[in-house]
Design a binder for this molecule. Structure first.
Ligand code: NAD
Length: 482
């Protein structure tokens, strides 16, 4: 039977099995969720930070209690290995909730004081109101947490639209909030497509801020729509992270780091290691080492704890990845590993060499288990090649030399630079890019601040009617006695 146009079938990409059918939200459902959020926000915004923290902490506890359910559903809807869902997606999200519960209670600002002799100034950080959030499919639960926790911690109401192919754990998270006592309307989930529900949300006149994570082209469209408000926009977009290996690096660490950084979540990670630049003396050994380690990767049933690499998000995505690889091969690159046609949504880990710096495979986001390795000679050249990209989300440098490490951390143009590692994140530190990777930060106190408006309150404290500064308006002897 053909699908009704207003319904979506959520599929397990690894098996093609339909897991659930959901109604798709249209503009009316988005409108209802936004208006409910608008109505609920003032009371939530007036709750004390401690009260908001209590709800977030309860959500973290419930998430830990139901960790196995969440991990199983995340794996089923995404095709990602269950080990990743169990050890990263779910505990990382719970940790994020507890971080923002604590952060809600320690908002910072400039000290109150007399910055003019006649006035006392103080800073208030207030919620913005209703946040419209849009999330991608690669880490659905984690991305929902990154959007929802800081926004709620700061006293906002949120309407979130998950990717329509992976909405299940976001809907489950919203149920945990209900159970944890979040008042009705403060958090709404609309499951719908980008062009319909997404555009209705970011264009809604009652949405005060738009927070988007997804691809750069869609991010541009979202920013255009939000600018019509105008309303604040936060964009977490694509990446093409370089992985820079200097000739004094620990080769074993770099090889394992490159494979892990390239294959995590099937390479469907905005910070994944995608372009490895290796200084000439280590180049051959690095390529051979990566090829060896890739040979040990077990691709298979995502639900099996022994699986390293599950399926990609869809057979379509696997075809898209293969399109990139095929064009790279046609343009002169060589596949040291992989490169073969996909099997449904499964794509073998692929190692390419011999691509040109200006080739599509080196410049564009592939979002699959594909690593390209290129050689470089001088440090200057390596840094220049790494920075030769329109993206700026993440980068790593591998060296045992403290001066090279310091230089790389200063000169690599990205929102995050790792030294001798690639991928780890912590709730206390910000995540977000520069250039075409967007602007704004997720996680950390910086994210909390982004979901607040800074208000300056200035109180005149002399009680003098005719103020000295009035001379700039009335001139000498101006004004009149009243
Ligand atoms: P996408 O841009 O296709 O979709 C992201 C979300 O936007 C989805 O919910 C989608 O339904 C919605 N959307 C699509 N068209 C829309 C429109 N016209 N108006 C409003 N919303 C619309 O991205 P994706 O394929 O789901 O995710 C992969 C992308 O996300 C990659 O580019 C990846 O790098 C990026 N990403 C970035 C970060 C980060 O933190 N910077 C994190 C994860 C993923």
């Amino acid at each position: 039977m053909p699908e009704a146009p207003d319904a979506t079938a959520i599929q397990n990409p690894a098996t093609g099995e339909v897991i659930e059918r959901l109604e798709l939200a249209g503009p009316a459902a988005v409108d209802a969720a936004v208006l409910a959020a608008r109505k609920a926000q003032p009371d939530w915004g007036a709750a004390t930070p401690g009260e908001r923290a209590a709800v977030l902490n309860r959500v973290a506890t419930l998430l830990q209690e139901r960790a196995e359910d969440f991990a199983a559903v995340e794996t089923r809807q995404c095709g990602k290995p269950i080990r990743l869902s169990r050890e990263f997606d779910v505990p990382g999200t719970a940790d994020n909730a507890t971080f923002f519960a604590g952060a809600a209670r320690v908002l910072e600002g400039k000290a109150s004081g007399e910055y003019s002799a006649a006035h006392t100034s103080s800073i208030r950080r207030e919620p913005l109101g209703v946040i419209g959030s849009i999330a991608p499919w690669n880490y659905p639960l984690n991305m929902a947490g990154w959007k929802v926790f800081p926004a709620l911690a700061a006293g906002n109401a949120v309407v979130i639209k998950p990717a329509e192919i992976t909405p299940l754990t976001t809907v489950m998270l919203a149920r945990l909030f209900e159970e944890a006592g979040l008042p009705d309307g403060v958090l709404g989930v609309v499951v719908g497509t980008g062009p319909v529900a997404g555009e209705a949300l970011v264009s809604h006149p009652e949405v005060d801020m738009v927070s988007f994570t997804g691809s750069t082209p869609v991010g541009k469209r979202v920013a255009e729509l939000a600018a019509r408000g105008p309303r604040r926009v936060h964009l977490e977009l694509g990446g093409k992270a370089p992985f820079l290996v200097f000739d004094d690096a620990d080769l074993e660490a770099a090889v394992h780091g490159a494979v892990a950084g390239a294959l995590i979540n099937g390479g469907q990670d905005c910070t994944a290691a995608t372009r490895a630049y290796v200084q000439r003396p280590l180049y051959e050994q690095f390529v051979a080492g990566v090829a060896d380690v890739l040979g040990t990767v077990r691709m298979g049933d995502p639900a099996d704890p022994a699986t390293d690499l599950g399926s990609l998000i869809s057979a379509r995505q696997a075809q898209r990845v293969h399109g990139f690889v095929s064009r790279a091969l046609a343009a002169g690159a060589r596949a040291v590993r992989g490169g073969s046609a996909p099997d449904g949504a499964f794509y073998s880990p692929t190692l390419l060499v011999g691509a040109a710096q200006d080739a599509e495979i080196v410049r564009d986001e592939v979002f699959g288990p594909v690593l390209v390795v290129l050689p470089f000679d001088s440090d200057e050249q390596g840094l220049a090649l790494a920075n030769d990209t329109r993206f700026g989300l993440a980068a790593s440098a591998w060296t045992r030399d403290v001066f090279r490490a310091g230089r790389a951390s200063r000169e690599l143009a990205a929102g995050c630079v790792w030294i001798n590692d690639h991928i780890p994140i912590v709730s206390e530190m910000p995540h977000g890019g520069i250039k075409a990777s967007g602007y704004g930060k997720d996680m950390s106190a910086y994210a909390l601040e982004e979901y607040t408006a800074v208000k300056h309150v200035m109180t005149e404290n002399t009680g003098i009617a005719r103020k000295d500064w009035h001379r700039t308006v009335f001139g000498a002897g101006g004004g009149s006695d009243v």
